[in-house]
Design a protein around this ligand. Structure first.
Ligand code: C2O
Length: 470
């Protein structure tokens, strides 16, 4: 499922050191520039007067004061992520979604953005300034952090949903539920799974944040993504997890950024897999980072995804609850024989989801719901959410990225798995629309797009011994 297209001929084993040497040294950038490892702190523990936020405000002001042609300016940096402005300048529209580079590209992006902020705010104490993160999955941090709601602050953005900015709305529990993400055993599956709630947060905040081509213009974007970046470390820290170290495209594809002096930088995923060691930061409260090494990959297994059954649906998704019955009779034997273990996981995939434009609806996905009971994110049938942000939106043509339908994957576990394994004749798939912000059930969708869910699949992911190295 690699989407890498252009390999630009850098030495694989050197991991792009050639690029660094052009900058005047063989050291990786952080090591060359910053003396000490710094901590990216939880914004939930900060007041508006926290020096970290004051420095961030100063940096935003300084970036906004630069001419738009300066690659360090606020608008240029945001355009690297995405923009609708033409003509397109170097590195614009290069963010990676629904690709194997989702985590690593955004990590690089944040890293250089952080260095630019630090430099322009004139901050380099010991340790130098680091971005904070917004731990939105924490039940106590579902509101947009208060310092970002102060209309007099550089952290404010007026086009977010009114309720979010007023502090009356908050992220719904189901949208930021990561319980379906942690169990994903392979890197591609996991980064895809985390990108679901990630998109839900974007859509819930609205305004610039709601769409890829504008998202990075909102100062909360970078704290949101620091948290997404933190999940990468936390996912690895569960053990038995690995970056895709035998994927040479993943390891060598170069991406373009700018450093704090406006100098163009090229970087690949191998240069960002050990945050503390290569990039000089760790997250407040995180367990010890699991070091991954591109040069010494000896991960003993790979994961294989096999379709058990595909269900063509062509189901319209809108502001009404929609159902589809998934017939299971012919896979009964295989479902009954299924054994969940460290080596096998049963997944529900929802694929070929296409909308004509963004909307502010997200859908809760339920499997095996019966009767008329109110469904909620706490229901036993709840699997996760579908929120369209980085993919599946027809009118959001983005740089050279080709249009891709959206795909969401949910592990089926626990009680729900037991019910699926009983293999009834059919099981009901239910998509419950939620307006974003506010209290789940009561929220009303405000706008509607034409959205269709193409197909569902029941699949089994299985661990296999890794092929021997050549
Ligand atoms: Cu590249 Cu959260 O967006």
């Amino acid at each position: 499922m690699s989407t890498g297209t252009s390999r630009r001929g850098f030495l694989q084993s050197a991991g792009g050191l050639a690029t660094w040497s052009a900058l005047g040294g063989g050291l990786l950038p952080g090591l060359a520039q910053a003396a000490s490892v710094g901590v990216r702190r939880n914004v939930g523990n900060m007041t508006a007067a926290d020096p970290v936020l004051l420095t961030y405000r100063q940096a935003i002001k300084a970036m906004k004061a630069l001419p738009a042609s300066d690659p360090r300016s606020w608008s240029y940096q945001a355009a690297i992520h995405g923009t609708m402005t033409t003509p397109v300048k170097t590195a614009w529209n290069t963010c990676e979604h629904s690709s194997t580079f989702f985590w690593s590209w955004h990590r690089m992006y944040l890293y250089w953005f952080e260095r630019i902020c630090r430099h322009l705010a004139g901050d380099c104490g010991d340790p130098c300034w680091r971005l904070p993160y917004w731990d939105w999955a924490s039940p106590t941090q579902r509101h947009l952090p208060a310092p970002f709601r102060d209309t007099a602050s550089e952290l404010y953005e007026s086009n977010r949903f009114t309720g979010m900015n007023a502090g009356t709305d908050h992220l719904q529990a189901g949208i930021v539920d990561l319980s379906g993400c942690w169990p994903m055993p392979d890197f591609y599956g996991a980064s895809g799974a985390f990108s679901g709630p990630h998109g839900g947060v974007h859509v819930s905040i609205g305004g610039y944040m709601g769409m890829v081509p504008t998202a990075a213009q909102d100062p909360i974007f970078y704290l949101h993504h620091a948290n997404v970046d933190r999940q990468w470390n936390l996912w690895l820290a569960q053990g038995s997890r690995s970056d895709p170290l035998s994927d040479s495209t993943w390891k060598t594809q170069q991406f373009t950024f700018f450093d704090e002096h406006g100098v163009e930088i090229h970087m690949n995923s191998c240069q960002v897999i050990r945050a503390a060691e290569q990039l000089d930061y760790y997250y407040e409260g995180e367990p010890e980072q699991v070091p991954q090494y591109c040069e010494r990959h000896r991960f003993p297994w790979t994961w294989e995804l096999a379709t058990l059954k595909e269900f063509p649906l062509a189901l319209r998704l809108d502001a009404r609850t929609r159902n589809a019955d998934l017939p299971l009779a012919d896979v009964r034997a295989r479902l009954k024989a299924f054994k969940q273990s460290d080596e096998q996981l049963l997944l529900l995939e929802l694929d070929d989801i296409v909308a004509d434009r963004p909307s502010d609806i997200v859908w809760e996905v339920h499997l095996g719901a019966t009767g008329k009971a109110e469904l909620a994110d706490g229901s036993p049938s709840f699997l996760g959410i579908v929120a369209l942000f980085g993919e599946g939106l027809r009118d959001m043509k983005h740089g050279d990225h080709e249009f891709k339908p959206a795909r969401f994957v949910f592990p089926i576990r626990g009680e729900l798995l037991k019910r699926v394994m009983k293999a009834p004749e059919r099981m009901r798939l239910t998509l419950v629309p939620r307006g974003v912000g506010g209290e789940g059930e009561k929220a009303v969708p405000r706008t509607e797009a034409k959205t269709e869910l193409g197909r569902a699949r029941l699949s089994i992911q299985t661990r296999r011994p890794a092929p021997a190295e050549q």
